[in-house]
Each structure stands twice: as C-alpha cells, then as structure tokens.
Design a protein around this ligand. Sequence first.
Ligand SMILES: Cc1cc2nc3c(=O)[nH]c(=O)nc-3n(C[C@H](O)[C@H](O)[C@H](O)COP(=O)(O)OP(=O)(O)OC[C@H]3O[C@@H](n4cnc5c(N)ncnc54)[C@H](O)[C@@H]3O)c2cc1C
Ligand SMILES: Cc1cc2nc3c(=O)[nH]c(=O)nc-3n(C[C@H](O)[C@H](O)[C@H](O)COP(=O)(O)O)c2cc1C
Length: 772
Amino acid sequence: MRIVCIGGGPAGLYFALLMKKRHPAHHITVVERNRPYDTFGWGVVMSDATMEGMRANDPESADEIQEAFNHWDDIEVLFKGRRMRTSGHGFVGIGRKKMLNILQARCERLGVELVFERDVESDLDFPDADLIIASDGINSRIRARYADVFQPDQVVRPNRYIWLGTGKLFDAFTFDFRRTEHGWFQTHIYKFDDETSTCIVETTEDTFRAHGIDSFSLDQSIAFCESLFAEVLDGETLKSNARHLRGSAWLNFNRLICGKWHLHNGRSHVALMGDAVHTAHFAIGSGTKLAVDDAIELARQFDARGHSAAAIPEALAAYESLRKVETARIQNAARNAMEWFEVVGRRYADALEPEQFMYSLLTRSQRIGHENLRVRDQAWLEGYERWYAGRSGLAVSEARRPPPPMLTPFTLRGMTVPNRVVVSPMAMYSATDGVPGDFHLVHLGARAMGGAGLIYGEMTCVSPDSRITPACAGLWTEEQAAAWKRIVDFVHANSAAKFGIQLGHAGRKGATRVAWDGMDQPLDSGGWPLISASALPYLPHSPTPRAMDRADMDKVIADFVRSTRLAAETGADILELHCAHGYLLSAFLSPLTNRRDDRYGGDHAGRARFPLEVFRAVRAAWPADRPISVRLSCHDWFEGGNTPDDAVVFARMFRDAGADMIDCSSGQVWKGVSPVYGRMYQTPFSDRIRNELGIPTIAVGAISDADQANSIIAAGRADLCAVARPHLADPAWTLHEAARIGFADIAWPRQYLSGKGQYETNLARNLEVGRG
Ligand SMILES: Cc1cc2nc3c(=O)[nH]c(=O)nc-3n(C[C@H](O)[C@H](O)[C@H](O)COP(=O)(O)OP(=O)(O)OC[C@H]3O[C@@H](n4cnc5c(N)ncnc54)[C@H](O)[C@@H]3O)c2cc1C
Ligand SMILES: Cc1cc2nc3c(=O)[nH]c(=O)nc-3n(C[C@H](O)[C@H](O)[C@H](O)COP(=O)(O)O)c2cc1C
C-alpha cells in the first residue's frame, strides 16, 4: 500500500511506524509542515496503561520514551494559603518535542519517508495514495474540506488558557489557585524533563477580560502570570515557546467530535486520526493517548484483515466503530474534568474549605472514586475522612478508623440523621383507601433496620382526588395518620433512622392504574376529575385535567396544610414537598405543562407562585424545629422545558422561602423524553445547587454503591445520597455496603448481631478468592 500521513504529530508518526514495522513493503510518507526534529510544545502526560500499549506494539520506541520520562507520584495543591499534598497518583511526563523526535528517528530507521517543511493544501495532492491519514491536528484542513461528510461538531469552551514553561523543577503535579480582584485563576504545573516544567494558566472569559488581558502582548501576559504565581514559581520566570502555535496567546479549548471518521475522495481512502477527529481537554491529559490508541487500533485492523489495499474499507469501518466508543468514554471523563475547571471559581473555590476543595479536585473527572483514592494514598484519605467526620460533629480518635463520609451524621434544624444514606421515596401502590398497612410497616421497617439514616415514605397524597392510583398512600384522615404513626414509631423504636413523609398531589398524572397494571395508563373505571396548571392530558388518551382556578388552589393549599398537621402528629422527623416528576406542583414549574397566561404562569416567578404558596402554608403548619426538603425535577430533558439553569432559580426561591434542603431529581414531566442516563447522572444538579446557592441537597439517581455515595458526599456534591431501586433489591443496603468496603464499626440491629461477623468474614473471603 501507499500510505501518506498528513501531519507528523504523535498520530501520524506512530501510525506510520507501526504500519512500516508490520509490513515493510508498504510505502509510507509522513508530510509535516514544520522543520525536521523541530516541533512545538512543552510536556505531555501519559498513564502507565498507555505506555504498556505502546510497549506491546513497538518496544523499541517505548523503551526510548520510557527512558526520557519523568515519573512522579504526588499531587500538590496550593489554595487559600494552604499547601496540601497526596501521593500514589503515578504520572509520567515527557517533552512533546522529545517524544516526537524519538518517533521521527524510529520512523527513519524503519524506512518511513519523512517530508518536512511542506504545508499540504489538500489530500488530492497525493493521487497515488491508497490510504491517506489526516493527522493534521485540531485545525485539520482535510477535515474542513469534507466537513459535510465528517460532520465535525466543534464547541469552543468558555475558559481561556495559555501554555507556558518554566525552569523551576517541580517534584509533584502542582495546582495553584489564586483569587484576584476580578476572579480566580488556576495553573496546572508538571515537570517533563531535567530543565523544564509545563505551566498552563487558565481562567474564565469574564476574569480574563476584566483584567484587560485581551489587549495584553505576550510579554505582558507572561509578566502577569509570573506575578500572580510568584509564590509557587519561587521567583522563577515563565517563558513562551514562540514557535508554539498554541502557546503564543491565550486560547479557548475546542471540543471536537466527528460523526464520520473516513471517506473515499475518488482516488484514495482518507481517514481522520488524533486531534483531527477528536479532542480531550488537557484537564485529564489524554490527547496524546487518544492519538496513539487510534494509530494502534487501525494498524491492528490491517493485521486482522491483511495488509492490502483491498482490506482498507473494512479496516476503516471497524476502526471508526471501535474507536468511537472508547473516545466517547474518555471525552466524557475529560468533559467532567474540564467543566470542573470552568466553574471552579464560581462554584467551589469560595464555597469549599481547602480539604474538601482538594478532594473535589482529585475526583473531578468522576473516574477516580473514594476507594481508589484509598488505594492511592490511604494515609491521606483517612486523614480526610477524619477531618470530614469532625466537620460532621463526630470526633474520631487517631486510634480508630474514621467512618466513610456516607456514615457520618448530618443535622438540619432539630433533626440529626445518623448517616447520610436515604431510602428514596418509592410509591408501592399497596394502600387501601390511602391507609398504609402491614406491607408498609414491614417494607419501611426492614429498610430502617437495614441501616439507612433516613427513610422516606412514598409519595403520600393530600386528598382522595390527589392520588396517582387508587392504591396510593394518603394522609387526609386521622386513621391514615394513626397508620403512619405506627410505622414511624416502629422505625424510631427499632433503629437510629429518622423518618420522612413526602407529601404530593398527582395533578394531571392522577387516576391511573397501579404500576404493574400499566404505568401512567388511565383507569378503565372509577377515575376522578383531574386538575393541573393547564388543561393538557399526560398521555394522548389520558383524561384532560381542568386548569385550576383560585378556588381549586385554595382547596389544594388547605389539603396540604391538613396533611402537614397530620404528618406532625405521626412524629415524622422531616417533610418533603413533592415538586417533581410532572405531578401537580411540578406541572406549575415546567413551561411544558404550564401554559397559563395569568399570574401563575409565564416567567419563573409566575410558574413558582402557586408551589411557593403551598410551600409557605406547609412551612407555617409544620413544627419549626423540623426541616422540610423540596424535591425538584432539575431537568425536563425536553426542548423548551426546564433545564438545570431553571432549577437553580427555583431552588433559590424555595431556599428563600425557608426550604432546608433540595432533593435533586429530574424528568417524568413530559412523556417521551430521553434523559442522558449514566451512573450518578443527576448528581451534577445537586452539586450545582448546593455549591452555588449554599443550600444542603440530596443527590439521587443511579447511585449504586458505597464508593459512589462516599465520593459524592466527600466532594461536597451533596449532603445526603438517596438510593431507591437498590433498596428494593436489598433492604440492608447500607449495612451490606459498609461491609463491602471493610468498615465494621456500624451498628446492626442487636437481634441480628450474630449474622454480622459471619457476613463480613464471608465477604472478605469472597473478595480474596476474586482477587486470587
Ligand atoms: C495546553 C495543552 C496541553 C496538553 N497536554 C497534554 C497532555 O498532558 N497529555 C496529552 O496526552 N495530551 C496533551 N495535549 C494534547 C496533545 O497535544 C494532542 O492531543 C496531541 O498532540 C494530538 O496528536 P496529533 O498527532 O493528533 O496532533 P498534533 O500533535 O497537533 O499534530 C498535528 C501535526 O500536523 C501538522 N500539520 C497540521 N496541518 C498540516 C498541513 N496542512 N500540512 C502539514 N502538516 C500539518 C502540525 O504541524 C503538527 O505537527 C495538550 C494540548 C494542549 C493544547
Ligand atoms: C418503584 C418506584 C417508585 C417511586 N416512587 C416515587 C415517589 O413516590 N416519589 C418520588 O419522589 N420518587 C419516586 N420514585 C423515584 C425514586 O425516588 C428515585 O428518584 C429514582 O428511582 C432514582 O433513584 P435510583 O436510581 O436509586 O432508583 C420511585 C422510583 C421507583 C423505582
């Protein structure tokens, strides 16, 4: 085959050398516009795993690269006058120039033709090539030429950064955060050879402009950064690599995804590779890894199908489909990390104390969790756990193992929950005339004995016509209150858990069958008239609700107040107002379901007016020493619906009206929506509301193990974690998860104590076997 790589960065060079090595008969040319052995850039970081992949494919170049690497383990964070360090993070750094020079030399030895100082205009300049690799970087001309086929989706991210170098040698990956009169700046620094460290300085566009940096010369920019980071630089100077295309000015990161990765230009096959087809933000340092892995995968496809021109179409198709998946995974983690740095000044830097700030930084990509931090640096993590426990009001002596964050107490008004695991409200459709019965006693009682710190009962309806189904639980009669009290008393008598009642009104989603007879499907008979913000049925064949008038509103408020008083009689410790999932109050908040043109519709204030009236009335009727949480759908996941921006506005309104905590759910407001599911997928809403508004939050949604719950709580992304479906599978989720992470200092019901030791021993043994 005749192969031409346009662009001699890591992607083009590595692919060329792999193909030549595997099949020396190929004629391979790399065309690069820079001069030989001359390239821009400072250092790049790579993981041990990437190096292993390179070694398996070409030990010769891997050895040389390995030798030129600087390996370091520590991360140091400078923040608010503190200097904090943790170890065990295993990075390697190498000068970009050094790495490319090694690859260039290796290409030459193998017989790859390297053409320098040629600025390629078009892929059509190589009509004889069977395969053209467009490895011409983020500003790829070839990609731009066929944009209609490649469908590049390029997003310019809001932060500004400048890529500099310094002669000061750092022995740790160093982050320094500095506040100026106009906002925060951060720098990421790491050493990559015996003379130089890379130093990337980053800030928001607002801060950048407020300092007038947009009109600075390069020298002024450097002087500004030197003065801002003088302490960490120890008076050393910063320098720019003048020829370095990216580092000569402040830039915005471009996030790139392509719909298609290859085409046929009429004469040759053309494939995008490396930064030309995808980018991953430097916050997780994976751009070079992705470029190298692309090259390895495509070469592997030719190994599998034969190194002939006939194999090209299939090889390219497989390359695209395999690499797209892996790239999406890395880009996802890179996006989390990048977004963390984009909001750090606004969201975390002022809100979090240094210890928690550092934890949040270390877990920013959400690929590293709590237990992984323990493996990396146990002493540091235990120190942090001890600090967190102290902050939660639990003094832990040095001699004892501190509890993981999810097992620390938390106080709101007069209620202290013994730990931060919540049984999320779950409708059980098993009540008779709204009265919770033996099923509810056993169901909720078992979960209280199972170790969770707070048990929420299911959505409890405030009147017969506010129910979702005829089998929903309610709280509008003394009989119902007595039945709830029996459950609350049981929970209090048999566990340390607190109990919460979630009050709700189904609105337009009422009068449906129980879940197992057809979720959301209208009743065949025995239904009741529905009310909502606007006269819009939930499903096309659902009954149309009546748009509420003032009299309806007064009645609903009175119903909520009556239920609140009854709830207080049950001894419940906390109340939750259900303003999520498309039920009545949620239907007022969402513009999809609230089309009113009176004071109760329109802008945020109008849409929130009625839910807030209900909230204030409930707050006034609920004992002052007991807290209230409000559950919100923080994202409607539908064009024209509420987004997390709107959720922040509503959360602020509820906070100002006296809400103690926001329970951050999403969706179920509009039929046929497509939420972006994933592990902990709603936690970003909680993170944002908590840290931007300073109100406690509950995170919920696909939180499935202690590692996730601990990471969320420790990083300050939520105060409590609600776990729903896993509690249906395992009433003792909390006790079992504690055992799974090897934490034995947790109380089991005394009647069950003899099961504890055996469970823990068996689990430890199974883990041993699994490891062995
Ligand atoms: C601030 C910053 C920090 C980074 N830090 C890291 C890190 O720590 N770890 C990491 O892995 N990655 C890092 N990266 C990303 C990394 O630099 C890239 O992802 C990686 O270099 C991609 O390799 P590539 O071969 O696809 O593209 P490039 O390295 O951009 O190479 C493209 C080559 O094509 C040449 N070229 C372009 N157009 C033409 C043309 N028309 N004719 C001829 N030649 C042409 C260019 O001169 C260049 O040599 C960082 C990036 C930035 C911006
Ligand atoms: C069977 C079932 C019933 C539910 N009922 C309610 C409810 O009554 N009120 C409520 O706010 N959420 C309800 N939810 C949503 C859960 O509280 C929770 O937000 C959701 O299941 C996501 O958490 P998970 O991923 O841990 O299951 C219900 C969920 C399930 C699975």
